[in-house]
Design a binder for this molecule. Structure first.
Ligand code: PGA
Length: 226
């Protein structure tokens, strides 16, 4: 089983989200092979839009075989925390949440304390955390089941890391048995095959190439044909 995760970051307005969904849903309906792979969980596809669009996606996805995820959750529980989105608030809207993305670390002071709190709050809300790491000096909570390695220099740069580098980092991270290991950083429909020909990488966290429904779908196609 492999994961394919779209991280739209702070992109798209409501009209662009509707257009993306229309295209993505029709690509799934047209391609029986990808549709079957998504249905039988050969690939688990998770879309992480900006939070205001989660309800819309829930409504428009109907019984489409993909899941929804949050790009972050609050480190506070539900309560008087104006502007925050608690894990509890996301119950029924998402099954997954990205935690500790390097952009949260760089711009919003995400650290070991907040990652620990967020991971615990996700678990209490039955939301599976997808914890991001920039390398071996980043903190990863022990109980995590999905880790995404995203070297900073590869994010949004077009300079994706090599398969060998990604595997070398996996060895250094010494993840617990059964933890899925994903790669993120300039993954696109052309370079994704490089990571799939050999074992050890359980899928992708995709930023830029997920903004275009056809490119993102192209990665899914690639994943089932490699
Ligand atoms: P990118 O972003 O695919 O644009 O490099 C990946 C990410 O930051 O999750």
């Amino acid at each position: 089983m492999k994961y394919l995760i779209a991280n739209w970051k702070s992109h798209k307005n409501i009209q662009e989200v509707s257009e993306w969904l229309k295209t993505f849903n029709s690509l799934i309906l047209e391609n029986q092979e990808v549709q079957a792979a998504m249905k039988n969980r050969e690939i688990t596809v998770i879309i992480c839009p900006p939070a205001p669009f989660l309800a819309l996606l829930n409504e428009q996805k109907k019984d489409m075989p993909y899941e929804l995820g949050a790009q972050d959750v609050s480190s506070c529980p539900q309560g008087s925390y104006t502007g925050e989105i608690a894990a509890q608030t996301l119950i029924g809207l998402v099954s997954y949440a990205i935690i500790g993305h390097s952009e949260r670390k760089q711009y919003f002071g995400e650290d070991e304390v907040s990652i620990t709190a967020k991971t615990a709050l996700c678990s209490e809300a039955s939301i599976t955390p997808i914890v991001c790491t920039r390398g071996e000096s980043d903190f990863i909570p022990k109980e995590v089941k999905i880790v995404a390695y995203e070297p900073v220099e590869a994010i949004g740069s077009g300079k994706n890391a090599t398969y060998d580098d990604v595997i070398a980092m996996k060895e250094k991270l010494q993840l617990p048995e059964g933890c899925a290991y994903l790669y993120g950083g300039s993954v696109d429909p052309e370079n994704c095959t490089d990571y799939l020909k050999k074992p050890g990488i359980d899928g992708f966290l995709v930023g830029t190439a997920s903004l275009d429904a056809e490119d993102f779908f192209g990665i899914a196609e690639c994943m089932i044909s490699t």
